[in-house]
Design a protein around this ligand. Structure first.
Ligand code: GCB
Length: 617
């Protein structure tokens, strides 16, 4: 009875989708380039597996017990009252260097899924009229934030930025910030608990106190439209936001667009693209210095201009058909003990292997929004980017709260990165089992993408159906989500997970119910670096190299294929990969090992891409 009632409730919610567009507030676009106080570096931390800092054991409110994690200074309080009871003392707790995952500070926390408190002090001197925002690049998975003992907000989602205004809470001089980072996900989370990667709980991206004038440029989006205009959309926040003059300048392109905000503080203006504007492309990744002046604020960014569109089965970059010579990567640096904190140097190291090593022009940043450090590096180095949110495998598609959460993440990701020319594809999901609630859920996300950004393409990584034609195996793309997408993407593992012999793979044919471009968003096989086997056993470098030869031969014959991002650049940590010899906690589908050693298959793909690049001219 209960189960039936639950099923009925699910069926009804999947029909009534919320329609309002979720928008993060504040946006603080280009936060990484803004003025403020850098809060990276040394923080004290303390583990709290029973979440006592959030609520007492009888359910009493946080801060009422004797474990007040946001207390300013326990040593001073104990001095004032020798009888005071504290069962914690953050200032004498161990030190973590942020951003990083907690496994970097303490390897015994490797499989800890739960709450850890972080705390530090900082100095602030706001001038009259200035405003201050605590801005986090990302906290995995839920963040509880306190300033000087007061709760300022909570954020769910481990891979997108968020900020809270703290202007009224700051003292002139020393201040304290406390963050509870809770890495635990549940069945309703995005992603759900079971994934094929290490969760890396912690404060994994930069923390900054952003300081702005009273009225500031909260959001600015400057792009080249498909009809050949440079368009700028600006949103101001503050007492002077309405009817304010705005000026957008593109230095070096001799270009200024000006106008005035409306009553809500918003403005969009555009002018025809000037002759002589150099377009961004992987071959020449031109970026311009852009400034947005309004309301007494000056926002700076580095922005490239290009168009991306689909015509028939082609993907057109700046009007020319392009084949995406890609590779997938996780946000995990090269090294023996990676954390999840990407620096400009580690982003460059990964992206150079894609661009220079493999002769690529494209990366799939799997399976969640990567750091802004990574997307900025892609802009500078000239790599086209697929960006996605972690709607992965078995998400709770019938839960309206889960949908709301996914929509919020999608919006946070898109508004953070709409100014990155490198990004050409927003992906809404990966390998999600087909059902009515799932397709309704994903359709809402696709509509959100189109409402937030009409200058890029929408995709999702899907699975194909296996059939037979004239006795030959055939893969058919018939996913009901495909009609909503600009580009179809398929993860394919024939010869690794399927029983196909590698020798049979080249003859597999592909058919689609839809006339659209296709990307192989994944293909791959595990290999342990240095494990060689003449008979080509699985996990040998020889098997992986032969798998790539066979799959690339199959791909060559798919007339509507316009790109691929094989799985994956580098071996990455995954708790579900526990073969005691070959895996040891690592997914071994990398073309390079975790320390960067190239496997045989690396050269197979690099040669293939070199030939494709030569053919493209
Ligand atoms: C997939 C998933 C990816 C996995 C990969 C694998 O299809 O999308 O997250 O890591 O397969 O190695 O099985």
């Amino acid at each position: 009875g209960l189960a039936l009632a639950a099923a009925a409730a699910c069926a009804s919610v999947s029909v009534a989708q919320p329609v309002a567009q979720p928008a993060p507030t504040p946006v603080l676009v280009a936060a990484d380039l803004r003025d403020g106080v850098d809060l990276n570096g040394a923080w004290n931390y303390s583990i709290d597996p029973f979440r006592d800092g959030l609520a007492g054991f009888h359910g009493e409110e946080a801060g009422k017990g004797h474990r007040r994690y946001d207390e300013t200074d326990v040593a001073a309080a104990e001095k004032a009252d020798p009888q005071a009871l504290y069962e914690y003392d953050m200032r004498r707790s161990p030190v973590a260097y942020l951003p990083s995952s907690w496994i970097t500070q303490d390897p015994t926390l490797r499989h800890y899924e739960g709450l850890i408190w972080y705390q530090r002090t900082f100095t602030a001197h706001l001038k009259p009229g200035q405003r201050a925002f605590l801005r986090f690049g990302a906290v995995d998975y839920t963040a509880h934030v306190y300033v000087n003992g007061k709760a300022v907000g909570r954020h769910e989602g481990g891979f997108t930025p968020f900020a809270f205004e703290v202007t009224g809470l700051l003292r002139d001089g020393e201040n304290q910030v406390t963050v509870g980072a809770d890495s635990q996900r549940n069945a309703d989370s995005v992603p759900p608990p079971v994934t094929d990667w290490e969760n890396y709980g912690g404060i994994t991206r930069a923390v900054k106190l952003v300081v702005t004038p009273a009225t500031f440029v909260d959001d600015a989006w400057v792009r080249l439209t498909r009809d050949g205009h440079i368009a700028a959309s600006v949103k101001l926040d503050g007492p002077g936001a309405a009817n304010a003059p705005v000026r957008v300048r593109v230095a070096g392109a001799n270009l200024t667009i000006s106008g005035q905000t409306d009553a809500s503080g918003a403005w969009t203006g555009s002018i025809p693209r000037p002759r002589g504007l150099r377009l961004w492309s992987p071959e020449s990744p031109t970026l311009y210095d852009v400034t947005v002046e309004a309301g007494g604020d000056v926002l700076r960014d580095r922005i490239g201009f290009r168009t991306i569109e689909v015509r028939g089965e082609d993907i057109l970059l700046n009007g020319k058909s392009v084949f995406l010579r890609g590779i997938s990567l996780h946000e995990e640096e090269i090294g023996k003990e990676p954390t999840r904190a990407i620096t400009p140097a580690s982003a460059r190291a990964l992206l150079s292997e894609a661009k220079v090593g493999l002769n690529g022009n494209f990366v799939r940043l799997a399976h969640y929004p990567h750091s802004e450090v990574m997307t900025r590096a892609a802009d500078e180095m000239g790599l086209l980017v697929w960006s996605e949110i972690p709607v992965y495998w078995r998400v709770a598609f019938s839960n309206p709260q889960t949908l709301a959460n996914a929509r919020k993440m999608l919006a946070e990701n898109i508004v953070r990165d709409r100014n990155r020319a490198s990004i050409i594809l927003w992906s809404v999901a990966n390998e999600t089992p087909i059902s009515e609630p799932r397709t309704a859920f994903l359709s809402t996300l696709v509509d959100d993408v189109r409402a937030l950004d009409d200058s890029r393409l929408v995709t999702a990584a899907l699975l194909a159906d296996r059939t037979e034609r004239d006795g030959h195996p055939e893969q058919v793309i018939n996913d009901p989500l495909a009609p909503k997408l600009d580009v179809m993407a398929i993860n394919t593992y024939n010869g690794w997970y399927s029983g196909d012999a590698l020798s049979a793979v080249p003859a597999i044919t592909w058919r689609s119910d839809y006339r659209k471009p296709l990307i192989f968003s994944e293909l791959g096989a595990d290999a342990q670096v240095g494990f060689h086997d003449e008979n080509g056993r699985k996990f040998s470098e020889e098997f992986q190299a032969e798998y790539f030869r066979a799959t690339l031969a199959m791909a060559d014959k798919v007339s509507f294929l316009r790109g691929m991002s094989p799985w994956i650049l580098k071996d990455f940590r995954s708790p579900r990969r526990q073969h005691p010899v070959h895996q040891q906690g690592w997914n071994r589908k990398g073309l390079i090992s975790e320390t960067g050693q190239r496997k045989q298959a690396f050269q197979v793909l690099a040669d293939h891409y070199r030939k494709l690049a030569e053919k493209a001219g």
